[in-house]
Design a protein around this ligand. Structure first.
Ligand SMILES: *Cc1c(COP(=O)(O)O)cnc(C)c1O
Length: 436
């Protein structure tokens, strides 16, 4: 069933456009709204001359694209406060660029050993296989990539990324991202999945796609039949507001979950969209009811033109405070800040550890109740030399992976001599070296 608004929009796009056409993802893509006039005609919203000029200026920098489906979710009566409108329609605020904001705040292009690959963590990579999306999120962290370089890489370019993965045995998890990987045709996507899944050391493939939210008709029976041939395939999507969970998106999620694809959700904390504990609680409940595990809640990145979307970090902590303990553990996402400069995701939590002594830990719970936990009377620190053969613990995993300790792990390991981690440009140590 189409809603009244959907019928209305469908009819304006094409005379006698029926339900079947509306649910055809290629028809939706072909009729994506990319200019102000079409937006006005289909929604009945009228901008002033001044507003049009401002929007036009923003469009020249960051392109507009909204699927008719996502457009149909806008409540036109109060569009200025509408979370769908805010996420999809350009604002003049995008032209305000603060000093701390850059085109590539996460330095994804620096950590790129092959075209499309960002290799940041030891055992997994991000593989950008498309620069296109069906809807351009106004809060996109990769705004630098969309629009002027609007394309899907050819097989030759993608093969360079695949070769990098093949030649790097530490990689056990490949995250297909973009752009939206589901903008690729089923055949092209299958070719990539086939190439990656036949690499012996790749254990999991993940897809990051906003299609279940902005174009749920892309999740066809044919697509899921294809995806499930390459299990384990995981999929993370991007719902930000409970209003985005519609009958159509529920159906898409059901198809994916029924195909055995574990589903996760990555939200971005956005000012005037979802920066509210009640909205977030409603969102996570709707997600788990549809078999989607809230995975991350992101602090909005320092990408150019996003300052109007950013909230203080305290807002995120407040939201987590209202979730942890109050609702099912699996409904609570991990709140993260993706470190500017490329340090990766850093989890942020309210403080639950209030104090500590030699044998006691003082904690508080979500209600404010303060408790003491007694630590074991005697717990001799066992010296670990990493010679597992002589250890009494039965961790004799044949496939235990031997890697070097990294970062804080290094400070805690007995078998590693390192006793401090020092920034590369530490002036005090540079002076020491000069003296020597
Ligand atoms: C987010 C991200 C990943 C995946 O991180 P997980 O915490 O495993 O979900 C991998 N590479 C890059 C560059 C990322 O930004």
């Amino acid at each position: 069933m189409l809603t009244v608004q959907q019928k209305n929009i469908a009819e304006k796009i094409e005379n006698n456009a029926n339900r079947r056409l509306w649910r055809d993802w290629k028809w939706q893509l072909k009729h994506s709204i990319q200019d102000i006039q079409t937006f006005e005609r289909l929604t009945g919203i009228q901008f002033t001359e001044m507003e049009r000029l401002e929007i036009q200026e923003t469009l020249a920098r960051f392109p507009l694209s909204i699927t008719p489906y996502y457009l149909s979710l806008i409540e036109t009566g109060d569009y200025k406060n509408d979370p769908i409108f805010k996420q999809s329609f350009p604002s003049v605020n995008e032209l305000t660029i603060q000093k701390c904001e850059t085109a590539d705040p996460l330095h994804e292009d620096h950590d790129s050993p092959a075209p499309g690959i960002t290799h940041r963590y030891p055992d997994r990579v991000l593989f950008h296989i498309s620069n296109v999306c069906s809807m351009y999120c106004r809060h996109c962290t990769r705004k630098r990539k969309v629009g002027d370089k609007d394309f899907i890489p050819d097989r030759e370019t993608l093969m360079q990324g695949v070769e990098y993965i093949r030649n790097t045995p530490q990689i056990r998890d490949v995250l297909l991202s973009g752009g939206d990987p589901l903008m690729l045709s089923d055949d092209y996507l299958e070719w990539i999945l086939k190439e990656i899944s036949c690499i012996a050391h790749v254990e999991v493939i993940r897809i990051g796609s906003r299609m279940p939210v902005v174009l749920p008709y892309r999740i066809t029976d044919k697509l899921v039949e294809m995806l499930k041939k390459y299990h384990p395939v995981w999929l993370n999507t991007h719902f930000n507001h409970p209003r985005e969970l519609t009958d159509s998106s529920r159906e898409a999620l059901k198809k994916l979950a029924d195909a055995g694809i574990p589903l996760g959700n990555q939200s971005v904390l956005l000012r005037d969209v979802n920066d509210c504990p009640r909205i977030m609680r409603s969102l996570v409940h709707k997600l788990v009811a549809n078999r989607v595990r809230p995975y991350y809640l992101y602090q909005c990145d320092l990408s150019e033109g996003l300052s109007h979307f950013r909230t203080p970090v305290g807002k995120g902590v407040e939201i987590l405070e209202s979730l942890i303990g109050h609702t099912s553990g699996f409904s609570v996402p991990t709140y993260v800040i993706d470190a500017p400069g490329g340090g990766g995701k850093i989890p942020i939590m309210p403080n639950y550890l209030i104090s500590w002594s030699a044998n006691k830990v003082v904690l508080r719970n979500y209600e404010g109740v303060i408790s003491v936990y007694h630590e074991p009377e005697a717990y001799p620190a066992t010296y670990c030399d990493r010679q597992c053969d002589g250890c009494h613990l039965q961790l004799k995993l044949d496939d235990a992976i031997e890697t070097q300790a990294i970062g804080i792990e290094q400070l805690l390991a007995d078998w590693d001599e390192v006793s401090s981690l020092i920034p590369a440009d530490n002036a005090r140590l540079e002076r020491r070296e000069e003296e020597e």
